[in-house]
Design a binder for this molecule. Structure first.
Ligand code: 13P
Ligand code: SF4
Length: 307
């Protein structure tokens, strides 16, 4: 049996079980191409959490990383949330613990804690409001003037948000190991090779990379930009899974990754095989304990109100 025959069998099994279980498959923009292609919805963290909150399905198969599945569980406690590989965690989210955050809050009494969605449910439960890369500036702008702000855990999204809003913030020193592989010297070289190209990067990149970009956007924003730009060449500074969708939706445009090394290994743990297995076994289930869920939900709800 060749690989396309075996993929076809896997896909057939997934679609059948999805119907039988009344399940929806949500996938992040960094997932493997074949996983994105079987999903009911593909999007960025904000879009995926909105979709999870709205779905009428009984089961959510989350093709992404642990914090995304936890967010779905926080918003939909009555649904069964499956993460096909339970080891698919986000290393940046693991750079902060609830205990560490509690200590920091003691050092900065009265500070409003803005928590990037790339964090555990326990950390969200210690925070005042969540944000994603799509709405961080919007959320921070709405905080009362003069309020001390503690931004966790991504120092680079925090730094970028601070420059956009003019608000000073205390930054937790977390970062995304995948986005730090995107280097300014590579963008400078690619701009010389493709002088007409637009440069779009994710706000998890370092400030020297952001300084070279025409647009700094969430993965959902990158997708919309790619569709609407009149440029026919786009230099893309984010995880390379993004290119699958950009190329599929814009066959007449050329997308050039800043770095082929910008791979998130945890995102790639989700495969057609484990999606099928997960639907068969109805595990691994991600369920946030109720006491943490309620406190984390308050921070996520505040974010969703802003949009
Ligand atoms: P987006 O919300 O922009 O999709 O980003 C999620 C993420 O993990 C980026 O590394
Ligand atoms: Fe986490 Fe970075 Fe992977 Fe996004 S790309 S899930 S921030 S490690």
């Amino acid at each position: 049996m060749n690989s396309s025959d075996s993929d076809a069998r896997l896909i057939e099994g997934i679609l059948r079980l999805k119907r039988e279980r009344n399940a929806i498959i949500l996938a992040h923009n960094y997932q493997l191409g074949e996983v994105q292609d079987i999903a009911d919805f593909v999007g960025d963290s904000l879009e995926l959490s909105q979709k999870a909150a709205q779905t009428g399905a009984e089961v959510i198969v989350f093709c992404g990383v642990l914090f995304m599945a936890e967010t779905a569980s926080i918003l939909c406690p009555d649904k069964r949330v499956l993460l096909p590989d339970i080891h698919a965690g986000c290393p940046m989210a693991d750079m902060i613990t609830a205990e560490g955050l509690r200590q920091k809050k003691i050092e900065h009494p009265g500070a409003t804690v803005v928590c990037y969605i790339n964090s555990s449910a326990e950390v969200k439960a210690e925070s005042d409001v969540c944000c994603t890369s799509a709405n961080a500036a919007n959320i921070v702008e709405k905080l009362p003037e003069g309020r001390k702000i503690l931004f966790v855990p991504d120092q680079y999204l925090g730094h970028y948000t601070s420059t956009r809003t003019g608000r000073e913030m205390i930054l937790w020193p977390g970062f995304c190991p995948t986005h730090t592989r995107i280097k300014s010297q590579d963008i400078i070289r690619l701009k010389q090779e493709h002088p007409q190209a637009k440069v779009v990067v994710h706000p998890e990149c370092r400030p020297d990379v952001i300084a070279l970009a025409d647009e700094v956007l969430s993965t959902g924003g990158i997708r919309r930009f790619a569709r609407s730009t009149t440029a026919t060449e786009v230099i893309v500074g984010t995880e390379i899974g993004m290119l699958h969708r950009l190329r599929k939706e814009n066959p007449n445009k050329s997308f050039i990754p800043v770095s082929e090394q910008a791979v998130c290994p945890r995102m790639k743990l989700i495969t057609l095989e484990n999606v099928l297995w997960s639907l068969e076994e109805m595990e691994p289930e991600v369920k946030v304990p109720e006491e943490i869920r309620l406190r984390a939900k308050a921070a996520v709800d505040k974010m969703l109100e802003v949009g």
